[in-house]
Design a protein around this ligand. Structure first.
Ligand SMILES: C[S@@+](CC[C@H](N)C(=O)[O-])C[C@H]1O[C@@H](n2cnc3c(N)ncnc32)[C@H](O)[C@@H]1O
Length: 253
């Protein structure tokens, strides 16, 4: 994103209010999650994440990222919801990685490694991605997906909570993808700033800022003198109607 294209959004209202469509979408997502948890707990089916890994192992072509992403997307569209960034916002993420010329990237929230694969395949050969994931089972599945994608050489995954691991990081980042629990976006961004882990000109890409009504986060990046911030509207992952969007903020300090 060139400097001239960056829109400076100062103190603002939410880009979208939660409307009937959003509410129905959130209810349907929650219902799918509850059903999946109940079926898994009663041992009627395996956890959906395990099912996805088995499909990828069986059907994906080694080193072919498109085939892996397609299997994961098909599962989320046709079977049950998965909390990946998804195919449409995933392209925005890939475009941002390329436009930023990022070399050292940090990802908060990995889940199945879907966004990690999109980031890794958009990086140059000297690029590196460090990902933080709190759930050990998800981290293990992500590692295997990234291994099948043949992208492990440029990747490191740290298992633990972001607020505990961020202070232990020792190199500054030129791109941060924030996509973990939504109540942590603002505190972890402030922690990254306070720990001196953002390079001048670093891009911060935050997903789901509309879906979860992240007003505090948006107000902060849009009013702080340290950031130039721009909103891009999009639909929620795997939805054809539910509003969402991503916020890209550039650190000027
Ligand atoms: C929305 S998912 C990530 C999706 C992934 N970025 C993608 O697009 O493929 C959120 C993930 O963040 C993880 N998570 C939540 N809170 C966390 C924390 N404090 N530190 C690290 N990971 C966390 C969850 O376990 C979950 O796997």
């Amino acid at each position: 994103m060139s400097r001239s294209k960056r829109k400076l959004n100062k103190k603002s209202k939410q880009p979208f209010n939660i409307n009937r469509k959003s509410l129905l979408g959130i209810l349907s997502m929650t219902f799918q999650e509850i059903m999946d948890t109940l079926l898994t707990k009663s041992k009627i089916k395996k956890p959906k994440e395990q099912e996805v890994l088995e499909l990828v192992k069986r059907k994906a072509k080694k080193g072919n990222t498109d085939s892996i992403l397609k299997i994961i997307d098909n599962y989320a569209y046709k079977k049950t919801f998965l909390m990946n960034i998804g195919d449409k916002k995933g392209l925005l993420l890939e475009e941002a990685i390329k436009d930023s010329n990022a070399i050292n990237v940090l990802e908060l929230g990995v889940y199945l490694g879907y966004s990690s694969i999109r980031i890794l395949r958009s990086l140059s050969t000297e690029g590196k991605l460090t990902s933080i994931e709190a759930n050990e089972d998800f981290a293990e599945i992500a590692k295997q997906h990234i291994e099948i994608a043949d992208l492990s050489k440029q990747h490191e995954i740290k298992i633990g909570r972001s607020n505990e691991l961020i202070p232990q990081l020792d190199s500054a980042y030129d791109f941060v993808f924030i996509d973990h629990w939504k109540d942590l976006y603002l505190s972890d961004l402030k922690l990254l700033e306070a720990s001196g882990l953002l390079k001048k000109g670093a891009w911060i890409f935050a997903d789901n800022v509309v879906l979860f009504n992240l007003e505090d986060y948006l107000d902060y990046v849009r009013t702080s003198d340290q950031f130039d911030s721009k909103f891009t509207p999009a639909l929620r992952e795997y939805s054809s109607s539910q509003p969402d969007g991503v916020e890209i903020s550039i650190y000027n300090s």
